[in-house]
Design a protein around this ligand. Structure first.
Ligand code: GLN
Length: 259
């Protein structure tokens, strides 16, 4: 009995030594190997912005942006590691927690003070999600309304300018839509593509009014980059151009946005 226990103990210890040894060796190898072959590019996103980024069935971030940055990583020879975080923290995390960010992020002058942007890769516009049949159809109808937005987004910046609007900012756009369904806000201003996804998801309760009715300006999505990193900017822009020329970009649009 005692002997059996002892051998089980020894076996356990040996397994632990073996596992620890393996772990350390793997980590070491990954480090050295990373330097020698593939560098890691840590990419920040906010996986709550379908169809550009969302959490896939396997629990991992997926979507147009994720597929695009993975293809770019492959093209420029870096290992892409996705870091899911709040949208509002992305810009300030570049250069410390993350290397770059892809998150359906609109190029704005304010953000350009803190980060550089790649060439734009998608033209977007805001849209308004309303309860089915609600009388909100023009810019005037937004005045004095309770408006839900996602924190730190262009939707929020627009809502803040609307006369008499009472703006509620949420970490996730879908939380704003949930509050629309609960009657806590009158409408939600969010980028058109996610608005349409939410429109389909809550088809019994909401409808989406196109941004054109409200004179929203067109916006450009781009990858946010560390300020002054010309080298990385050139690599990413060259890959983007290649993908636009060779059909990779279009096939991702078909797969994720037009499906
Ligand atoms: N395009 C919007 C912005 O950049 C929203 C992006 C997002 O919520 N992921 O502010």
């Amino acid at each position: 009995m005692k002997k059996k226990f002892l051998s089980a103990f020894v076996a356990t210890m040996m397994t632990m030594v073996f596992l620890c040894g393996c772990g350390a060796a793997t980590a070491g190898e990954a480090d050295n190997g990373g330097e020698a072959s593939k560098e890691t590019l840590i990419v920040g996103t906010n996986a709550a912005f379908p169809p550009f980024e969302y959490v896939g069935d396997d629990g991992k971030p997926d979507g147009f942006d994720i597929a695009l940055i993975k293809a770019i990583g492959e093209e420029i020879g870096v290992e892409v590691q996705i870091q899911d975080m709040e949208f509002d923290s992305l810009v300030s995390s570049i250069g410390n927690k993350i290397d770059v960010a892809i998150a359906g992020m609109t190029v704005t002058e304010e953000r350009k003070n803190m980060v550089d942007f790649s060439d734009p890769y998608y033209e977007a516009v805001q849209a308004v999600v309303i309860p089915k049949g609600a009388a909100i159809a023009t810019a005037d109808d937004l005045k004095n309304k309770k408006i839900g937005v996602q924190l730190g987004t262009t939707g929020e910046f627009i809502a803040d300018e609307i006369e008499g609007a009472e703006v509620s900012a949420y970490n996730k756009a879908v939380d704003a839509v949930n509050d629309l369904n609960n009657g806590r806000v009158d409408c939600v201003i969010v980028d058109k593509n996610p608005a349409e996804v939410f429109g389909a998801q809550f088809a019994d309760q909401v409808e989406v009014v196109a941004g054109e009715n409200f004179d929203f300006e067109p916006e450009n999505y781009a990858i946010a980059l560390p300020k002054g990193d010309e080298d990385l900017a050139v690599k990413i822009n060259t890959a983007l151009k290649k993908f636009k020329d060779n059909g990779t970009y279009d096939s991702l649009v078909k797969q994720y946005i037009e499906e």
